[in-house]
Design a protein around this ligand. Sequence first.
Ligand code: SAH
Length: 395
Amino acid sequence: MTTPTLWLRANRDRSVKRHHPWIFSGGVARVDGNPGPGDTVLVKAADSTALGWAAYSPASQIRARMWTFEPDEEVDAEFVAGRVAAAAARRAPLLGSGLTDSARLVFSEADGVPGLVADRYGDTVVCQLTTAGADAWREVLAGTLAALPGVACVYERSDADVREREGLGQRVGLLRGQVPSSDLVAHEAGFRFAVDVAGGHKTGFYLDQRDARAAVASWAAGRRVLNVFGYTGAFSVIAASRGAASVTTIDSSGPALSIAARNGGLNGVDVGELVEADAFAALRGLRDRARQYDLILLDPPKLANTEAQVDKASRAYKDLNLLAVKLLAPGGVLMTWSCSGAMPMELFQKVVAGAALDARRAVRIIGRLHQPADHPVPLAFPEAEYLKGLVLHAD
Ligand code: SAH
């Protein structure tokens, strides 16, 4: 039997040799052995040097994703399970710290398991498979996650649009164990946040804003807080419980705001005003009424999915940040984020600087926020970095 082999074009082996996991279709000279979607292929340079093994994605522009850069390693069930277990083990310090019972266990390429995101909330693991390679190993992935100590349930939320780029349909449902409880809660820093496993965004809760939640906790006391794109109100609950003077949450999703109200109850606080509205329109309305806030949190959804969308996204970020800066009271603080991987930090900062200039406010960076430790960024794979935030002070 011939080993399915992906041959790189001449001079297209540099990034693989630097342990970057993606092989784009343009770099592929030919594929031997007729591999199917998700099959493991041997990757060879044009000079026949074996570079490692990859998961083949015939429908995707990212034609293959490296499993290993060791040609002698075998990519079998034990290998895949080992990668998942090792990733989960790296979260042990976080999960054992007493801070939280919820963390991202596996972050795709950043943990050597391309296409698998697995988030743990207490005894429940919610996973998302986004590539042909991950799809091919679904049973092994599910079994390994289910076997982790204390895990009672593995639920799949493979309903992300990115699956289309891999030629995959959507899959949602229980993989292992019992159906997750409808009152599943993530515990973090003494707070309790409802997790909507079946209906929420992504896997149900934004674990990636953990460090931001700590920042909000430290800034909220005595401030009039405006939480824009508030989702289920995690920032709002924290602000309210830390003695904010007032809290207003804006989101276009009614169901998310219902959970925000529930989160208020779960934490014994009045979560404040919940406004179901388009954020752009709502911010304009607040500006027209000359409202002022001392702490504004601006956490929009991913506005640029690809590099082609960065220009358009920049204009949207500019609009939002201009409106937010105008709403800041003297001495106010704005925390503003971009979760678009395609948007580089330097560009985001420039866009926000343009907004401050147009608002005629002197604004200083007093802090920066990033995705937390359970969303790591391999040095060889900077693309894993997607979430960046600025903490800004306005005179
Ligand atoms: N800050 C939140 C996460 C925000 S996710 C947290 O820490 O949990 C982005 C949110 O923006 C989602 O809740 C989504 O419903 C909302 N959203 C998307 N487009 C919107 C729009 N145009 N106006 C208001 N909210 C919007």
